[in-house]
Design a protein around this ligand. Structure first.
Ligand code: NAD
Ligand code: UGA
Length: 333
């Protein structure tokens, strides 16, 4: 893989699109890429940038943009149809992410945000004749593998409540689309551990980089030899935009870098980047945390004409630079 600066979007953008989860990590990057191509972007999220600091940060560069229309609303309860008027593509990224917390008391939220809200959205999209819905699914639907790259045709074996809701979510959308009279075709993208600037604070790469800078230890769930197919956010955005125009029968597509790295690889890279040692604190591995994720990207290459372009060192460098730029702007505390 090479570093082209940013991933290129080769498909022609839709004129008016809806992004759900637009104030989130991936959704805000997607919104930025789409407004840059001239699209009118309706960005819905229940996090209000006027009161929520993460949403404010993620949307800071977007809010002044004339073709970005932010809407604060909860998809479980809001009127969905007005959001969808004249939308050519819905990019459905809203949901509760995160494998580990889904074992706890929050499961009801996973079900309502990842499934019930999706049902409302998909139902309304079909009623209004929206041509395409792209839904953000997850590599976690594959469960524990034998280490070989996962293909879309592999039997899914989700190993956490979160992963079960993501599998159900993608299949729910595809079930709607399979009805003979449904005007909305669905592409479900199985994202593999996404990283980059503004990555969620619960995720490993963010934690390692910030721990290195702060001189605090990072928790390792297990021995750190688990492998993830860490995928840079600009690459994920390029695949997501391409999915808006892929053939109607596309179905499920993996979006992963196609390369595995252990958590120790991430730590070593963070040490090179920051010039600081990363101290670790090993704790028990977490239920549902699979040993390996790795994408077979053949289908993405063929159908979406997409290739991952950013390797881990380059991607982590960009994420690190954003963290340090922000810290420099804030000044000494
Ligand atoms: P994120 O938490 O940063 O963004 C999700 C956004 O959805 C949040 O801003 C949240 O407020 C919003 N949201 C949740 N429920 C909502 C509701 N009912 N109504 C309105 N807004 C709602 O997460 P992310 O990392 O950007 O992930 C985006 C999507 O991609 C999720 O669906 C996640 O499951 C999926 N995914 C993420 C990764 C990853 O590595 N980050 C990997 C695989 C799949
Ligand atoms: C990520 C996202 O958080 C999920 O929303 C998404 O669905 C999933 O990718 C996916 O690929 O589908 P995960 O792979 O667990 O999930 O990503 P991280 O939270 O960055 O964790 C990566 C690894 O680091 C895991 O093995 C985790 O146990 C470990 N980890 C994480 C730690 O050891 N310490 C931490 O503080 C955080």
């Amino acid at each position: 893989m090479t570093d082209p600066g940013t991933s290129t979007v080769t498909t022609h953008p839709a004129r008016r699109v809806l992004i759900t989860g637009a104030a989130g990590f991936i959704g805000s990057h997607l919104a930025q890429a789409l407004v840059a191509t001239g699209a009118i972007v309706i960005g819905v999220d229940r996090r209000d940038p006027r009161t929520d600091p993460i949403a404010a940060r993620n949307l800071a560069e977007l809010r002044p943009h004339p073709t970005f229309i932010p809407i604060t609303a909860d998809l479980r309860t809001c009127a969905v149809e007005p959001l969808l008027l004249d939308a050519e593509v819905v990019y459905h990224l809203a949901g509760i992410p995160g494998v580990r917390p889904s074992w706890g008391h929050e499961f009801v939220d996973y079900v309502s945000d990842n499934l019930l809200a999706t049902q409302r959205l998909m139902d309304a999209a079909a009623r209004l004749g929206v041509p395409r819905l792209v839904v953000a699914s997850s590599s976690s639907v594959y469960g524990a593998t034998d280490g070989r790259p996962s293909r879309e045709s592999d039997h899914p074996r989700p190993m956490s409540p979160y992963a079960v809701t993501k599998l159900a979510q993608e299949q729910l959308c595809l079930a709607h689309a399979s009805r003979p009279d449904c005007p909305t075709s669905v592409v479900a993208l199985r994202y593999f551990t996404v990283y980059g600037p503004h990555q969620r604070a619960d995720m490993f790469i963010h934690r390692v980089l910030t721990a290195a800078l702060a001189g605090t230890p990072v928790r390792l769930y297990g021995d750190g030899h688990q492998r993830r197919d860490f995928t840079y956010v600009d690459d994920v955005v390029a695949a997501t935009i391409a999915a808006g125009h892929a053939p109607a029968e596309t179905g499920v597509v993996n979006v992963g870098a196609g390369t595995g790295h252990t958590l120790h690889d991430v730590i070593t890279t963070a040490e090179h980047l920051t010039g600081h040692r990363v101290r670790t604190e090993q704790v028990a591995s977490s239920d549902g945390d699979v040993p390996t994720t790795l994408a077979d990207t053949t289908k993405a290459a063929e159908i979406l004409n997409w290739q991952p372009r950013t390797d881990l060192t380059i991607g982590m460098t960009k994420q690190f630079r954003r963290i340090t730029t922000k810290a420099a702007q804030l000044g000494p505390s």
